[in-house]
Structure formats: structure tokens, C-alpha cells
Ligand binder design. Structure first.
Ligand SMILES: Nc1ncnc2c1ncn2[C@@H]1O[C@H](COP(=O)(O)OP(=O)(O)OP(=O)(O)O)[C@@H](O)[C@H]1O
Length: 211
């Protein structure tokens, strides 16, 4: 089976210093990989690098252009738009599938006409995650996706990920909690910590203006 994503000898950096190095990883259709490691180890940095938001400082990432949907810490919602309008906006950006099933999958159908700024933190998070469904992209890169979610919503989202995997998608997930996805592989990033203090020209020159 052809991999959706392969990285070889990858090194990533933040603030001009390498955080992780020597990483190899592969994601095939139907697979989820959970990134583990303590605060600051470099999970976000790795996800951003794989999602193409910042350059790798060494190694290679083989992935099809525009195949990754990245859900960052921020929900990326437009507060004056309704839940449905927010998803419609992203659907048009990605030319992805319909909004109504995405709202239903994340238990937001009853909130479809609510302006996003009136939603609770957990509802906003569910709406932010519903963007993945309207992206139509096969690889989901998820940075702490369950922040603000109650136990029921975590289980709901685990089911959404499982359905995505069953349809041939893949997921790369940074999380500190047990998502309830026993089929996922886990990658402990601690052994890949970079040698402290090693600076890199590519990282030092990169302007970190993204969210
Ligand atoms: N703009 C920046 N300038 C300098 N260092 C930074 C910057 N952003 C992040 N770092 C550092 O880079 C390292 C990796 O951060 P990163 O956010 O990737 O870690 P993480 O594993 O996702 O952590 P957490 O579990 O706390 O979310 C940390 O030591 C962090 O302090």
C-alpha cells in the first residue's frame, strides 16, 4: 500500500534551535499515529513542519501537495459568522464536502445558526474540528484536539477520527490524553530530542508569524 506521508531523517526547529532530529515516520491510509512527549518536546513544531507551515531543517518529507488539514491550538473561527457559515467558508476554501454532515458528526446541527462567538469553549472546539470534515483532505494533523472537550465529546471525536481512517484517511495527533483510539500507534518523541543549543541557519532565519 502506498504511504500517504513519509518522513526520513527529519529535524525540526523553533526559535532558531533544533527541537527534534533523526525522525523517521510513515502514515498509510487507515493509520493514526499519536505523538507523545512532555511539554516543550516539540510536538507542535513537528506538526507544523509536516503541515508545511515551516521548513524542516534537515531530512525529507514526502507527501502530496494539499493533502494535509492542520488543526492548530486555535479554532480558526470567524466569530460573527454562524456555525454553518464558518463551515461553509472553509468548505469553499478547500472545495470540500457538504457542511450538514460535518455539523451532524460533531453534534452541532442544533447550533448551526448560532454565531460562533456565542458558543461555549467546547462547542467552539467541536466546530473548529468540524472544519477537518469539510476540508476533504486525507491527512489530519491535530494539535491537542481535545482541549475544552468533555468526555462525551472526546469519544465523539474519536469516532469521527475512526470513520476518517475507515475511509482511507490518516491522522497524526499530538495529545496528552487517552483519546480512546487503541488501534493508533504511538511515537514517543523523547528519544529524538535534539542536542541542546545547536542552532541552525534555516531555523534562525525563519520568520515565525503564523498562529
Ligand atoms: N517562538 C519561539 N521562540 C523560541 N522558542 C520557542 C518558540 N516557540 C516554541 N519554542 C520552544 O520550542 C520548543 C518546542 O515547542 P513545541 O510547542 O513544539 O512543544 P510541544 O511538545 O508541542 O509542547 P506542549 O506539550 O507544551 O504543547 C519548546 O521548548 C518551546 O519553548
Amino acid at each position: 500500500m502506498t504511504a500517504l506521508l513519509t518522513a526520513y531523517g527529519l529535524a525540526v526547529a523553533r526559535g532558531g534551535a533544533r527541537t527534534l532530529e533523526g525522525l523517521d515516520l510513515t502514515l498509510h491510509p487507515g493509520q493514526a499515529l499519536i505523538l507523545r512527549g512532555p511539554n516543550g518536546v516539540g510536538k507542535t513544531t513537528l506538526l507544523r513542519t509536516i503541515a508545511g507551515l515551516q521548513p524542516a531543517v534537515a531530512g525529507r518529507i514526502d507527501v502530496q501537495l494539499d493533502s494535509i488539514a492542520y488543526a492548530a491550538h486555535a479554532d480558526g473561527l470567524k466569530s460573527a459568522l454562524t456555525a454553518a457559515e464558518n463551515l461553509q467558508f472553509w468548505r469553499e476554501v478547500f472545495a470540500g464536502p457538504a457542511v450538514a454532515p460535518a455539523l451532524a458528526a460533531m453534534d452541532l446541527a442544533h447550533l448551526a445558526q448560532r454565531p460562533a462567538h456565542t458558543l461555549s469553549a467546547g462547542q467552539k472546539r467541536r466546530l473548529g474540528l468540524a472544519r477537518l470534515l469539510v476540508s476533504g483532505r486525507p491527512i489530519w494533523a491535530l494539535d491537542e484536539p481535545t482541549v475544552s472537550l468533555d468526555a462525551g465529546s472526546v469519544a465523539l471525536f474519536a469516532g469521527v477520527i475512526r470513520a476518517h481512517l475507515a475511509q482511507g484517511g490518516a491522522a497524526l495527533i499530538a495529545t496528552h490524553i487517552d483519546l480512546g483510539l487503541p488501534e493508533a500507534r504511538e511515537l514517543d518523541l523523547v528519544p529524538y530530542r535534539a542536542v541542546p543549543g545547536r542552532r541552525t541557519a534555516a531555523a534562525a532565519s525563519f520568520d515565525e508569524v503564523f498562529a
